[in-house]
Design a protein around this ligand. Structure first.
Ligand code: 3PG
Length: 224
């Protein structure tokens, strides 16, 4: 029996089906850091109307939780991931505001353990085979690969598929319109994430039409 088979035998997979149904709706997941609460709903709406229906809203700004609450209310059909979750306490906050899933940039044992018991599925961030192996032991099968470009990009993902071919990823970090395709061509990639769809200059200018167009371009170009 291979190591992988013995791990599989012992452990349940951690909400793989739920994560798959979210990720399959989205070739591209915009990563948002909302600075001004009044931008939250128009920004999310522009992305949603452009065809990107799964969004990751990071807890990197003071108004992030309130932004998530408002977006969930205004766009109930969108799937909202709460990103940059660093601790179980933040994971709980994400649950409270109605997150559809949680995304972490990296992982700790505490997060892996908490995620197994939470009603909200987690896409844990990994950058190395060792981190992937730790997640795998807890039953995780779907991961964020972060920071993708800085951690070896497409080549690293191809190498991960040797020892752990069943793992699937949402790479983020350094991905844009010009290299997204290279990732999406891999069997192990479900979707990609990135902040290129939400340029600060367009948000500051409240140019929601331009953001809608960026989203539409990505949605059309990378359609499954
Ligand atoms: C993330 O948290 O996923 C990244 O900040 C997104 O990376 P990018 O800004 O390089 O797209």
């Amino acid at each position: 029996m291979t190591l992988q088979q013995s791990i599989d035998k012992q452990l349940p997979s951690t909400r793989t089906t739920e994560l798959d149904s979210i990720c399959l709706k989205a070739e591209v997941i915009p990563v948002l850091a909302i600075q001004r609460i009044e931008d939250a709903v128009p920004l999310a709406r522009a992305l949603f109307e452009g065809g990107l229906t799964v969004l990751e809203i990071t807890l990197r700004t003071d108004c992030a939780l309130e932004a998530i609450r408002r977006i969930k209310e205004a766009l109930p059909q969108a799937s909202i991931g709460v990103g940059t979750v660093l601790t179980p306490a933040q994971y709980r906050q994400a649950e409270e505001v109605g997150a559809d899933f949680v995304v972490t940039p990296g992982t700790t044992e505490a997060l892996y353990r908490y995620g197994v018991t939470s009603p909200v599925p987690m896409l844990p961030g990994v950058a190395t085979v060792s981190e992937l192996m730790t997640g795998w032991q807890y039953g995780y099968r779907r991961f964020k690969f972060f920071p993708a470009e800085a951690s070896g990009g497409v080549k690293a993902l191809k190498a991960f598929a040797g020892p752990i071919p069943e793992a699937r990823f949402c790479p983020t970090g350094g991905i844009g319109i010009n290299n997204a395709e290279d990732y999406l061509a891999l069997k192990s990639v479900m979707c990609v994430g990135g902040s290129w769809l939400t340029p600060k200059s367009l948000i500051d200018a409240e140019d929601w039409d331009a953001i809608r167009s960026l989203a539409r371009e990505a949605a059309e170009r990378f359609h499954h």
